[in-house]
Design a binder for this molecule. Structure first.
Ligand code: NAD
Length: 427
């Protein structure tokens, strides 16, 4: 079976290369010529562990183009993996999904054989059937579930371990309406041994939002308890180890720190809040989950000020800019509000991240352009006596923090052992 993937970001590239790994031929489509060129050169436009190696190993089994006609005519199934960012008011911005749907429609018009379109982007319940379907139908002149197949298949991969997650998922959720589409997707995903849950299309869309909202809630809940623990002199990591041993709760994704960021939780929780309000429901828990998360990174500054009351003119070292380790993704990273606050207090900031410095500078020109960047974590330690740990990159474990004041948002054990003054945000 041949597959095409529209949108070559974190999800699209990993999905496409995952299918290549399973033995399929893949055509990637993007509107960004630089990405197309890099993919055709077997170079990954994003950093994701193992991705570029896979691209080099399977060169010839995939290629990238900006031509939808070519991609659709050379494949039987197309996955839509374009971004669904937030608008200013928190609601979902569907412009990329809509333009992909229009272009797929135009290409389908020229194709005689049956083709399945699968929405993998995270979209609110109803989007596939009420937005994507009418656009494809309008531009192709064909009817969904008769002339072409349509499905929704949310993605649950985690950046940093994305390929592993794609190939070994906890479950595959498939929102379908017609048997023909269901059979094609069953065949496509046959090599992956995981429970496959077939549901209707809007249920599949909701499963993704409910999953992300729950995970975000789990972390904000842990942080709220963690903040109480901190005041009581209790190590919240021990608390959640104990709590997580209850099999109804599970220990996974249950750590305290400076909160969640990234390209998914913030925008998805906000989009769900807006949708609930639009429906006349007040999402009390979800709003509190966001509020806790917005306050949490600033706890690091509060703790810092206990030891360094005046930040004016002081050089502060920041270790980590990515929203989590093993990725270069800085979207909604907790580093941003922290560095913004430091600059507001007239501190000088020197930062280091193994993969995300370039992205940070580009994404956040208001603060990213005002700080200095080190070429190694050692350079940060040399430049400053005051260190904030923002991302738990493994290499930060290998450092000697002797003589330093360290305020840790992620729990780096070597800092805890060697720093002159050490404060954990919730421990
Ligand atoms: P991304 O921003 O990294 O990539 C999107 C890509 O789509 C870009 O390369 C962009 O150039 C391309 N694009 C935009 N419009 C296009 C068009 N009309 N035609 C072709 N290409 C187009 O996004 P991402 O992080 O990969 O996320 C994609 C979707 O998957 C989102 O809905 C997101 O919520 C969801 N998701 C993301 C993750 C994650 O960890 N990143 C996990 C699960 C689900």
């Amino acid at each position: 079976m041949k597959v095409s993937v529209v949108g070559c970001g974190y999800v699209g590239l990993v999905t496409g290369m995952g299918f290549v790994r399973l033995g399929y031929d893949v055509v990637f489509v993007d509107i960004d010529d630089k990405k197309i060129e890099m993919i055709n050169d077997a170079r990954a436009p994003i950093y994701e562990s193992g991705l570029e190696e896979l691209m080099r190993e399977f060169r010839g089994k995939y290629y990238a183009t900006s031509d939808y006609f070519e991609a659709i005519s050379n494949s039987e199934v197309t996955f839509i993996c374009v971004g669904t960012p937030s608008k200013k008011d928190g609601s979902i911005d569907l412009q990329y999904v809509e333009s992909a749907a229009r272009a797929i429609g135009r290409a389908l018009k020229e194709k005689d054989s049956y083709h399945v379109v699968v929405v993998k982007s995270t979209v609110l319940p109803g989007t596939t059937e009420n937005t994507v379907k009418p656009l494809i139908e309008k531009y192709s002149g064909k009817k969904a579930f008769e002339d072409f197949g349509l499905a929704m298949n949310p993605e649950f991969l985690r950046e940093g371990v994305a390929l592993r997650d794609f190939l070994n998922p906890d479950r595959i959720v498939l929102g379908v309406r017609d048997d023909r589409t269901r059979q094609i997707l069953e065949r496509l995903y046959k090599p992956i041994k995981a429970p496959k849950l077939f549901v209707d299309i809007k249920t599949a869309e909701m499963i993704k939002y409910a999953s992300n909202a729950f995970l975000a809630t789990k972390i904000s809940f842990a942080n709220e308890i963690g903040n109480i623990c901190k005041k009581l002199g209790i190590d919240s990591w021990e608390v959640f180890k104990g709590v997580g041993l209850d099999h109804r709760i599970s220990p996974h994704f249950f750590r305290t720190g400076i909160g969640w960021g990234g390209s998914c939780f913030p925008k998805d929780v906000k989009a769900l809040i807006r949708k609930a309000e639009e429906l006349g429901e007040e999402p009390l828990i979800l709003k509190a989950v966001v509020e806790v998360n917005e306050k949490q990174p600033l706890k690091l500054i509060e703790l810092l000020k206990k030891h360094v009351p005046k930040l004016n003119g002081k050089t502060v070292g920041v270790l980590g800019l990515a929203f989590k380790p093993n990725t270069d993704d800085v979207r909604e990273t907790r580093a941003y509000p922290i560095i913004k606050k430091l600059l507001e207090e007239n501190a000088k900031v020197i930062a280091y991240d193994p993969k995300a410095m370039e992205n940070f500078r580009r994404f956040y020109p208001d603060v990213g352009g005002k700080i200095s960047y080190a070429t190694s974590p050692g350079e940060v330690l040399n430049a400053s006596d005051v260190i904030l740990i923002v991302t738990e990159w493994e290499e930060f474990e290998g450092l000697d923090y002797s003589g330093k004041i360290v305020i840790d948002g992620r729990r780096i054990r070597s800092a805890e052992k060697t720093a002159k003054v050490y404060e954990g945000v919730c421990w």
